[in-house]
Design a protein. Structure first.
Length: 434
């Protein structure tokens, strides 16, 4: 149990896992790096070698790390109920805590940014996107999705997270029904089969969306006529629901409880598993960088006899690309949880943990901050790129620290005071701390 003790926070919070704040910091730093590169490219700043730009563009993958972390932490209470026989978590309390954690900051940013762009949003044709934005359902329509991205580019993932929150208690209940009694011999095969089916469902919907786009000529799957379009609006939206990526985090939570909390693996074997997972994760992420860079151009692979197995139109990336990145991050998560103290210690460093703690505010505010900085400098194209990076990062850290302590923190304290003693705190949204 020494490993479990080492993973706890020092502030007394029950079963908080300190290195996860560092992983959350990695996710938000990737996203911010990507957007810094976007602004630098848009204004023609000298950003150095093209290889650096490729790496910065890969920062979009930070949202996939957030999805993996959410799947891991949010499913932990349900995994404990499945594996330890504990009482089933209350769906009502789960929804209340998620609403208190996510909605106050989201609606503050939503209202403020709408007012700042009132000329656009007060037009009657934008009433639909505005309504769907208020309900966090804007991925069901392409015009609403585009409008939310214009309002604040990172907003697009919040609707995906929110809908996963709404589904999770029922997904967990379905897994419990599939797995059956814990004492049964088929419990673990059934549980693994249920999680695999969830991932297969997500990938299957992506395959159908790719077929509708490339073979049926639909720009957006949800724009297809009749029942097919309605079904894809609900099941896929504009960019997918990422169930296959959330499922990776859920599987990692099962493994964590079995290996660490229940002591199913010795410390030596956990370290060995963690080391292999970290090495595979690093290799996978390096490969995914090149994969993502190739996927930017079509054809995605040179024409040849292999095109039968890897279609040259980009659908292979659309179906499996982001899941492969999510798998690499899930292995990184396992590597951090089970790995050497030096790896855990790095992700538990105080500066990284602080960035992870304020990462929800950083996620919500950093893009408008960068946009404001770039628009407020008349000769922005003459600004050195590194100066812009330093100014953007420092401004974001300062403003978002205030946002965390003044807006997020009071609701966190209220939520923690209201929860039952010893009950595990659920996962944050993209960028949010637990």
């Amino acid at each position: 149990m020494m490993l479990l003790k080492r993973l706890k926070l020092t502030n007394g919070a029950a079963r908080e896992i300190a290195p996860l704040d560092g992983l959350r910091a990695l996710a938000i730093l990737l996203v911010i790096w990507c957007h810094l590169s976007t602004f630098g490219f848009f204004y023609g700043l000298d950003m150095g070698p093209a290889s650096i730009r490729y790496l910065a563009d890969f920062g979009f993958a930070g949202v996939l790390l957030f999805f993996v972390l959410s799947g891991f932490l949010l499913f932990l209470p349900y995994a404990r109920a499945l594996l330890d026989g504990r009482s089933w978590p209350s769906a009502r309390k789960f929804y209340l805590r998620r609403a208190l954690r996510i909605l106050p900051l989201y609606y503050l940013a939503f209202v403020l940014l709408v007012l700042l762009q009132a000329g656009f949003w007060l037009h009657p044709q934008n009433a639909g996107p505005l309504y769907l934005g208020a309900l966090l359902l804007y991925d069901m329509r392409g015009d609403a999705f585009d409008a939310m991205v214009k309002l604040d580019a990172p907003f697009w993932t919040l609707t995906i997270e929110w809908q996963f929150y709404l589904l999770l208690p029922w997904l967990a209940l379905g897994l419990a029904k599939v797995a059956g009694p814990r004492a049964g011999r088929s419990f673990f095969p059934r549980l693994a089969g249920g999680l695999s089916a969830l991932a297969a469902l997500g990938l299957g919907i992506r395959w159908l969306a790719a077929a509708m786009h490339y073979d049926w000529g639909q720009d957006q799957p949800g724009s297809a006529p009749g029942f097919a379009g309605l079904a894809m609006k609900l099941l896929y939206g504009v960019k997918g629901k990422y169930l296959e990526v959330f499922a990776l985090g859920m599987a990692a939570s099962i493994l964590y409880i079995l290996a660490v909390e229940q002591g199913g693996l010795s410390i030596r074997r956990r370290k060995a598993l963690g080391a292999w997972a970290a090495v595979i994760a690093l290799a996978g992420l390096v490969g995914c960088v090149f994969w993502a860079a190739q996927a930017r151009s079509i054809p995605f692979v040179p024409y040849g006899p292999w095109w039968i197995f890897v279609p040259p139109d980009g659908r292979f990336w659309q179906i499996l690309g982001e899941w492969a990145i999510g798998l690499s991050f899930a292995l990184l998560l396992i590597g951090v949880l089970f790995g050497a103290p030096s790896l855990q210690g790095f992700f538990a460093l105080a500066p990284l943990r602080f960035i992870g703690i304020i990462s929800y505010s950083l996620y919500v505010w950093h893009f408008p901050i960068l946009a404001l900085l770039s628009s407020s400098i008349p000769t922005f194209s003459s600004v050195p790129y590194l100066d812009f990076v330093a100014l953007g990062v420092l401004s974001s850290l300062l403003i978002c620290s205030c946002s965390y302590y003044l807006i997020e923190r009071p609701f966190i304290r209220y939520r923690r005071a209201a929860r039952s003693a010893g009950e595990r705190e659920p996962s944050p949204a993209p960028g949010a701390s637990a």
